[in-house]
Design a protein around this ligand. Structure first.
Ligand code: COI
Length: 357
């Protein structure tokens, strides 16, 4: 049990809340934030909830120069009975520490992180949107704050949690997105930081994403960094394919993000007795399945994206339209079941949901 006290300083004024019908992803933030400081030798101290505000960091802070920072993404939902529900928050806190370890950052007590999160959400509860497809997105992150230009792990950090009421991640909503298969740039290789949720992985993907956007594609599909052959993941989601009734997703190869939604989808499919396999899968195999009319569905999974049907892949200038560009039956069923569990509409046979007291 953790006994740390979390001090609370409430904001003197409340910001205007956005119209929940027009919510985008990650543009507005609530009235408060959580912060804790770390100093080598002392550990994490000064746990506090304060009014949402800019940070004052030294321009030499290590995070600005060498990118020593990790983050997480999870969501809170307001269910129809007025209870606030978190989806598998323990998985996110565990992954946060795994990511931290990969880039030489100190762990944060997972139980305390959850306690801080629950307290923050309770204070900003009225920011949780209730319209269909909306939620309160939670962004915990840790930044290296020591002012030092030598390349070394920081001796000081801040752990921060901010909250953002969000709509769907893609402007398409739950309608199918178009994805460009990336043949030039790569995201990660085994032994690198691909499995960690660290900023550099996302920064290195921006160029490819920009090129894809110019061509009218929402995101890129990354191939493996060695042979440019095997499918890894999409910019902000893991990826699944349904071929002749079997669901296939790339196996966690050491360079793919271990998505919480990915894991939940696999568990749901197994629960439904839908054949699901984690294995290496090449883009050539997807191409051939498409040519033979066997590629039935494709979808991405992620906290932000939930289940995002994929209506088209562009591989080497050839367009592979999936399921006539429409949302597949299984993608829709997974979306409904997952969001049903998250919002409290459906039973939660796996005990995934944590209610905020
Ligand atoms: C999430 O799904 O929460 C993510 O972290 C993806 C993100 C980069 C928007």
């Amino acid at each position: 049990m953790t006994t740390k006290t979390i001090h609370v300083e409430l904001s003197k004024s409340k910001k205007e809340k956005p119209n929940t019908d027009q919510l985008e992803f990650g543009r507005v933030f609530t009235d408060h934030m959580f912060i804790a400081d770390y100093v080598e030798g002392k550990g994490w101290t000064d746990h506090r909830i304060v009014p949402y505000q800019p940070l004052a960091l030294d321009p030499a802070a290590i995070v600005f120069h060498y990118g020593q920072t990790v983050f997480e993404g999870l969501k809170a939902y307001m269910s129809t009975d007025g209870k606030v529900r978190l989806f598998r928050p323990d998985e996110n806190m565990k992954r946060l520490n795994k990511s931290s370890d990969r880039i030489s950052m100190p762990p944060f007590n997972e139980e305390l992180a959850l306690k801080a999160l629950e307290k923050l959400i309770t204070i900003d509860k009225e920011w949780i949107p209730t319209a269909e497809g909306t939620s309160l997105y939670i962004r915990p992150f840790i930044v290296a704050t020591e002012p030092y230009l030598g390349v070394a792990p920081s001796k000081t950090y801040q752990f921060i949690i901010i909250l953002s009421p969000v709509g769907s991640y893609y402007k398409e909503g739950i309608h199918p997105v178009k994805i460009l298969v990336e043949n030039e740039y790569v995201r990660a290789v085994a032994g690198g930081t691909g499995t960690a949720k660290t900023a550099g992985n996302y920064a290195s993907g921006l160029k490819a994403q920009e090129v894809a956007a110019e061509k009218g594609y929402s995101q890129v599909l990354w191939l493996d960094g060695v042979e440019r052959k095997y499918i890894e993941e999409v910019g902000a989601m893991n990826v699944f394919f349904k071929i002749k009734g079997e669901v296939i997703t790339p196996v966690l190869s050491g360079s793919i993000l271990e998505g919480v939604t990915r894991k939940s989808v696999i568990q749901l499919l197994e629960h439904w007795d839908v054949p699901v396999t984690e294995r290496k899968i090449s883009m050539q195999e997807i191409y051939e399945a498409h040519q033979k009319g066997e590629l039935e569905e494709a979808f991405g999974t992620g906290t932000a994206a939930v289940i995002s049907p994929i209506g088209e892949f562009n591989w080497k200038d050839e367009k592979l339209v999936v399921n006539e560009g429409k949302t597949g039956e299984l993608s829709k069923k997974l979306y409904d079941e997952l969001t049903g569990i998250q919002t409290g509409k459906n039973e939660d046979p796996f005990d995934w949901v944590v209610e905020v007291e």
